[in-house]
Design a protein around this ligand. Structure first.
Ligand code: 3UK
Length: 545
């Protein structure tokens, strides 16, 4: 490891032991990184130094007004905040700084400020409550926080239980103490700290479905590595692109898609505080966005509404976070003419590692390993499986899992491979086809059934808006397949649990996939439980079944 710039060595001290790291692969020429590297210098300072400072960089709401900051303006704002961090808050390189706020230009400036001072950003989802914030603060030993004034309450509550959180500064509020007022009193120049390429710069938390959140540690080098793998090979953006989308910057899908990737090519990004499907569509139209990042369900919801908005500016659409059903891909293509780019990513690997470009999309498949990454399917004993057989998805590349002080490291990394917890198969052509989360596979009457396959089938029925398929205990069969279905507006069956419609949906499934997979139970509901990042919470469906 190179000589660290960290004065506070907490992150290095709590990395997993080297033998528990995944193998790291840096085969591509563009992944040869120098020993000293700061991602803010690469993604932000570089453009200004090259005379591109006047280019548009980040748009969004700032103090109640819509702003569009150039690269030079974002840099100046980040520099001023960096001075506040160092001079007024006493932040040292290596300290953990919690960020709390919706997506906005100010959030982007705060993120870069943390990079510039050589500290570690711990970005948190706006919806987190005091209890979850407290877990994050304790686990990452967070000492400082920058927070949107409107979201202060839960953080103050968490802070009262966490003595390690020394200082909290708010942005957006009134008065001299507000971050933007303090920043204004600081100079616009700051010398970005010369960090080691393997200095940790973010700790990204992933909740999982149960238990304590896991913190994943990523270096400046990792941030640059993801910019050089998936974007140039699958997305191929250019400097005139205008990025937009829904995932929070606290979710690495959003951090990459809405901040790192646009800036890595000198493009601009629209950061929306709220980006539900009914808000995202008009925003695409208003800002003439060209590249969109959101979850499969959001594309499905938007597809029916596109003809009410002029979204002709849009040229590339990315889906991740959950499996993309073939029916949703088709729906979006019919509505917009755009072939979705699907990609599987994970917080542990920072971003997408299996994907495709729009010319090589295959309905129902996620794609092939992104250049820079390798992937294979392993059986339960860690042996590679031949094409066509379902097993555990295993990945390695320039990024990989390093949990912060967590025993679950040895479950995620085995024999140098990152095991994502997904059941996949690779077909004869090398395409990776998602089956289910390994712990979501349904075993019924001796058959292995992947819920998402049944979901994909039901989604093709004209009455179905959304659905989730789970296994529920059954005496005779061990488990039976159960579908929880949200019907399209206008189809009313929730109250009656209409047996005719249930029968019709069952027959529909039997007619298109192997009949033993059909849902023996179907329940109609008004909505499905989802996480803030758009993932269906199957465990909650199981609990309520
Ligand atoms: C699932 C997918 C099928 C899969 C993420 C893009 O989702 C992200 O990270 P998380 O840590 O979850 C990881 C898990 O989510 N998944 C994600 N994308 C797909 N399953 N097809 C997909 N396209 O179970 C995976 O193991 O929340 C996604 C970029 C960065 C991310 N962090």
């Amino acid at each position: 490891m190179a000589i660290t710039a960290h004065r506070d060595t907490f992150a290095r001290d709590h990395l997993p032991p080297p033998e528990q790291w995944p193998d790291l692969v840096f085969e591509l020429p563009e992944l040869q990184f120098p020993e000293r590297l700061n991602c803010a210098a690469e993604l932000l300072d570089r453009w200004v130094a090259q005379g591109q400072g006047e280019r548009p960089c980040v748009q969004g709401l700032h103090l109640g007004e819509w702003v569009c900051w150039s690269y030079a303006e974002l840099q100046a704002q980040a520099n001023r905040i960096a001075h506040v961090l160092v001079r007024e808050m006493g932040v040292q390189p290596g300290n953990r700084v919690l960020l709390r706020g919706a997506n906005s230009p100010m959030m982007a400036a705060c993120w870069f400020a943390v990079m510039k001072v050589g500290a570690i950003a711990v970005a948190t989802m706006p919806l987190l409550r005091a209890k979850e914030l407290g877990q994050v603060i304790q686990k990452a030993q967070v000492s400082h926080a920058l927070c949107d004034a409107r979201l202060a309450e839960e953080l103050v509550l968490a802070g009262s239980q966490c003595p390690e959180l020394r200082e909290l500064v708010y942005y957006g509020g009134d008065g001299d103490a507000a971050l933007q007022a303090r920043a204004q009193r600081q100079p616009a120049h700051f010398d970005t700290v010369d960090t080691a390429a393997d200095d940790c710069c973010i700790i990204a938390f992933t909740s999982g479905t149960t238990g304590q959140p896991k913190g994943t540690m990523h270096f400046h080098r990792d941030v640059m590595a993801i910019c050089r793998c998936w974007p140039p090979h699958c997305l191929r953006p250019n400097a005139d692109d205008i990025f937009i989308g829904s995932p929070p910057l606290a979710f690495t899908f959003g951090l990459g898609g809405l901040l790192l990737f646009p800036l890595s090519v000198g493009a601009s990004t629209v950061l929306l505080e709220k980006a539900s499907p009914d808000q995202l569509l008009p925003a695409i139209a208003r800002h003439r966005a060209t590249v969109c990042f959101t979850a499969p369900t959001s594309y499905r919801a938007m597809a029916g509404e596109v003809n009410r908005h002029d979204i002709a500016s849009l040229r590339k659409c990315v889906s991740a976070g959950e499996a993309l059903p073939a029916a949703t891909r088709q729906l979006w293509k019919d509505a917009t003419g755009i072939e979705l780019i699907d990609g599987i990513g994970a917080t542990e690997l920072l971003h997408i590692f299996v994907s495709h470009d729009e010319h090589n999309a295959r309905p129902g498949a996620t794609g092939k390993p992104v250049p820079g990454y390798r992937a294979c399917i392993l059986d339960d004993d860690g042996r590679p499986l031949p094409p066509g057989q379902v097993g555990r998805l295993a990945v390695k590349g320039p990024t990989g899992c390093r949990y912060l002080a967590d025993e679950r490291q040895q479950a995620y990394v085995q024999n140098g491979w990152n095991l994502t917890g997904d059941a996949y198969l690779m077909d004869e052509d090398g395409y990776f086809v998602y089956q289910a989360r390994t712990d979501d596979m349904i075993i019924s009457g001796g058959y292995n059934i992947a819920g998402p396959e049944v979901e994909a089938c039901l989604l093709a029925h004209p009455a179905v808006a959304e659905c989730g398929v789970i296994g529920v205990p059954d005496e005779a069969r061990g488990q039976i397949v159960k579908a929880v279905v949200v019907l399209k507006p206008g189809v009313q069956a929730e109250l009656t649990q209409d047996p005719v419609l249930i029968r019709a949906l069952q027959d529909f499934v039997k007619a298109s996939i192997a009949p033993y997979k059909y849902p023996r139970a179907i329940e109609f509901r008004a909505s499905l439980p989802r996480t803030e990042t758009g993932k269906l919470q199957r465990f909650r469906l199981r609990e309520s079944a």
